[in-house]
Unconditional design. Structure first.
Lengths: 114, 114
């Protein structure tokens, strides 16, 4: 089945220690998104890639970076995690064909910062 | 500007009772609307979406939603709740611009009791 895969499902890191979260897709979609979701809140878009074009949301902290080496993979790098960065991180994909297109979400990676 | 309002952060129903989750939107262009469900520690899964055409949209797991332009609403219903329906539900609006971005509501947590 075509899908969005996130690894690991749970990640523990130390305060200030860089961490990378991984997302891969078999849908061959043009767009890949990274969301941060804190407890009992809606997902908050951090950035997205449309093909190789990177698009940062205006309020995304500089501490968050992303890489998309090819169509299938996208990485979220947190350079110096703080306690406030503990959250669920969701990856999603879409064809990018317009407002009517569905986003397909991965299962998420829950990040704990000690 | 676009926005989505979900009335009721928590809704509790008895098993077998009607489920009604409310969503109102504001959009300066014809809206494309989505309902997603999120089970604990999981990603978001599409329940249904409205693009154009029939205003009553049927989705997975027995859910449906009706688009009412005059009321700017897209409420989600299910005739008979099941324990497995307990989850967080998000209404979303396809945002203007490229890359199929979404504007999410704040979510409604559905509790189903015996």
């Amino acid at each position: 089945d075509a899908m969005v895969i996130q690894n690991p499902r749970y990640q523990v890191t130390q305060f200030g220690k860089p961490v990378t979260l991984s997302c891969s897709q078999t849908l061959n979609h043009n767009v890949m998104y990274w969301y941060q979701q804190k407890s009992s809140q809606a997902p908050k878009l951090l950035f997205h890639y449309y093909d190789k074009d990177f698009n940062n949301e205006a309020d995304t902290p500089d501490n968050f970076q992303s890489r998309r080496p090819n169509t299938s993979f996208c990485f979220l790098d947190i350079r110096s995690p703080g306690l406030g960065d503990a959250a669920m991180y969701l990856c999603a994909t879409s064809t990018g064909g317009g407002r009517q297109e569905t986003q397909y979400f991965g299962p998420g990676t829950r990040l704990l910062v000690l | 500007a676009q926005s989505v309002t979900q009335l009721g952060s928590h809704v509790s129903v008895s098993e077998g009772a009607l489920v009604l989750l409310r969503c109102n939107y504001s959009s300066s262009v014809p809206p494309y609307l989505f309902w997603y469900v999120q089970y604990p520690n999981q990603g978001l899964q599409l329940l249904l979406k409205y693009t154009t055409g029939a205003t009553l949209v049927k989705g997975i797991n027995g859910f449906e939603a009706e688009f009412k332009k005059s009321e700017t609403s897209f409420h989600l219903t299910k005739p008979s709740a099941h324990m497995s329906d307990a989850a967080e539900y998000f209404c979303a609006l396809g945002a203007t611009g490229t890359a199929s971005k979404l504007t999410f509501g704040t979510g409604t947590r559905l509790q189903v009791t015996l």
